[in-house]
Design a protein around this ligand. Structure first.
Ligand SMILES: NC(=O)c1ccc[n+]([C@@H]2O[C@H](COP(=O)([O-])OP(=O)(O)OC[C@H]3O[C@@H](n4cnc5c(N)ncnc54)[C@H](O)[C@@H]3O)[C@@H](O)[C@H]2O)c1
Length: 265
């Protein structure tokens, strides 16, 4: 998600983008991926972005979008450090798919400058950004976030701070049911997806979407929604098994479908 958000920012604005990726081995592939993705969209990333290993080493920024794994303690730690890298009028946001924005804000010195800014796969080719408000967010922060959404050529919906917000909750419910249908032998992954595409006009089927999001990412969301909203979000055994086997979807090359070249986005 981080590289997709970086690409979308470079393509749609003149801003400088500083990407923070903890795994150093990924810096070079990410730089190549972002440059190619920008070029494919008629933009040049040359001299406009930098990659850093830790947020404490990144330049000050007007907008910071946290997009690290869905682990609340990790997000608390990184958001606390990121807050120190804001310009005096900058805002801090999280791309979390499900976690409580109110709870994330509790780690911050200035929670009024923080809100949820949720992007979708593949970021450069989708237009939606979901803004998630918490009671402590200031009106100015919401205005600034809305202005950024517009600047990024995107459209916003606004959701209250409930687990899974307005999008992940419904998207996950369909994805989990599709996995249960594979488990029960209702139809093949291809046919389940084609059914939703041709019958219900979904642009991408639920199993291909699960592959694109990442089975590990969806498992973490399912576990959080089970704990907060109830057993209807209980992850199917097949999902746990595939994650344990490293079948994470597009990023690992294998999920419900085969993905020839693992993508870094
Ligand atoms: N995958 C999706 O479709 C999707 C969509 C919307 C939102 N999200 C949310 O975005 C966030 C990231 O999801 P993802 O799919 O990109 O996860 P991912 O696991 O594919 O990528 C997370 C990246 O963060 C890096 N990282 C871990 N700790 C770090 C740290 N301390 N500093 C810098 N980098 C660190 C990891 O090395 C990894 O490259 C999650 O909160 C997820 O719920 C994901």
């Amino acid at each position: 998600m981080g590289s997709g958000i970086a690409t979308a920012t470079l393509v749609n604005t003149t801003a400088h983008v500083a990407l923070v990726e903890a795994t150093k081995d990924m810096h070079e592939p990410l730089a190549v991926l972002i440059s190619e993705e920008c070029e494919a969209r008629g933009a040049s990333a040359a001299g406009r972005f930098s990659i850093h290993s830790d947020v404490t080493e990144s330049p000050e920024a007007d907008l910071i979008i946290e997009a690290i794994p869905e682990i609340i303690e990790l997000k608390h730690r990184v958001l606390r450090a990121a807050e120190q890298r804001l310009t005096p009028t900058g805002i801090l946001t999280s791309n979390t798919s499900s976690l409580s924005i109110t709870h994330l804000a509790e780690a911050l010195e200035q929670p009024e400058r923080f809100l949820g800014m949720h992007f979708f796969q593949p970021v450069p080719d989708t237009v939606l950004t979901e803004l998630i408000l918490h009671p402590g967010a200031s009106g100015q922060t919401v205005e600034q976030a809305s202005a950024w959404v517009e600047r990024l050529g995107r459209e916003a919906i606004t959701a209250s701070d409930t687990p899974g917000f307005a999008t992940s909750r419904l998207g996950l419910a369909i994805g989990l049911e599709a996995i249960r249908m594979v488990e029960e032998g209702v139809a093949s992954p291809e046919d389940i997806d084609r059914g939703m595409q041709l019958g219900y006009q979904h642009a991408v089927g639920p199993l291909r979407m699960t592959d694109m999001v990442g089975l590990d990412v969806r498992l973490a969301i399912a576990e959080y929604l089970t704990a907060t909203l109830g057993p209807r979000f209980e992850p199917p055994a097949l999902m746990r098994q595939m994650v344990a086997e490293g079948k994470l979807g597009r990023k690992s090359g294998q999920g419900f479908f085969e993905w020839p070249a693992p993508a870094g986005r």
